[in-house]
Ligand binder design. Sequence first.
Ligand SMILES: Cc1cc2nc3c(=O)[nH]c(=O)nc-3n(C[C@H](O)[C@H](O)[C@H](O)COP(=O)(O)O)c2cc1C
Length: 159
Amino acid sequence: MKNAVVYSSVTGNTRKLADAICDKVGAQYCGKPCDEALEAENVFVGFWATRNSCGEDIKGFIEKLSGKKVFIFGTAGYNNTKEYFDEILNSVKVVVPDSNTIVGAYMCQGKVSDTMKAKIKDMKPEIFEGIKEKLAEGEIHPDENDINGLLAEIERVNL
Ligand SMILES: Cc1cc2nc3c(=O)[nH]c(=O)nc-3n(C[C@H](O)[C@H](O)[C@H](O)COP(=O)(O)O)c2cc1C
């Protein structure tokens, strides 16, 4: 198998990125973490940010990778600066075992669900005040520019 796209997405934001990658590279597998995907030469791993990193399902999958070319992608809701995305991506990159090569990485903002927004507002009102404008900006993401940025990064990597 040449290309596998393995991702986690609860509300569909990361899935938009995953679908665009699948179309672009003609992936033989596109879906949840599974052992079948470990047979691919190139593995695109997608996550949604939680505690400024990826979730345990994706972490567990990444830890099993060996000798692959790995492209990491993700969405995060609370901010949309390069610095913020780099910090999250770096915390995912350190999980990748040394036998692999990280060929590229891309992140963009993803709309935070109304349920999650209500939860933050209720439980951490000060934090909500601080990020509410960013959350509002996030309503329309991932948008076409985000997808184009992702595809450009994949072209640059030229797998
Ligand atoms: C439980 C939970 C925790 C989250 N933690 C973070 C976080 O630490 N940082 C962040 O920027 N966004 C966080 N988010 C927002 C999501 O990462 C963001 O909306 C993402 O685009 C969701 O992707 P999905 O639609 O593929 O599930 C959190 C969302 C949930 C539901």
